[in-house]
Design a protein around this ligand. Sequence first.
Ligand SMILES: [Zn+2]
Length: 155
Amino acid sequence: MRRALELARLGDATPGANGIGCVIVRNGVMLAESHNECGIRHDPTAHAEMVAIRRACEALAADDLRGATLYSTLQPCGMCTMALLWAKLSRVVYGAKRGQVHEMYFEDRNLDTIDFICDAYRDDLSVTGGVLALECAGFYVPAGAPLPEAEKVNL
Ligand SMILES: [Zn+2]
C-alpha cells in the first residue's frame, strides 16, 4: 500500500492523471503498478486498477491473475471490481473506503464493491478495506464536500 500511495502522489502531480495508485503483487513479486491515466490516454476506463490489470496480464502473457493481490488507494469502482473478478485476482486490499470520500468516485447510488464481490461466483477472493485509510483518503474530495461543476462527472 505504501507503493500505491507513492503512485497516487505521482498521479496527483501528473497532468491528465489522477491521484489513485494501484499495484499488483504475486508471491512477493511486483507484477504491475499504475496510477489513474484517464486524461493521459483519453480513456475513461484507464482507472489505476484497469491499467495495472492490463499491465500485469501483458507482463505474464496471461489473462488469469490467480494468486495475485491488488492494492489500491481507493475502494475500487464497479468497473474495476468487475475487471478484477474477470482477471481472477485472489485478494483485494484498498485504502480509503467509499464512505470516506465523495460520491463522485462511484457510479452507483447503493451498490458498491462489496455487493459485487459478495454476489460473485468467487468464494476464493478476499477483500480488505481501510488499510492506511486516512492517509489514502487525503488524496480525495471528502464525503459531503461541495464540488465544482466540472468535477461532477458521474452525478
Ligand atoms: Zn475504477
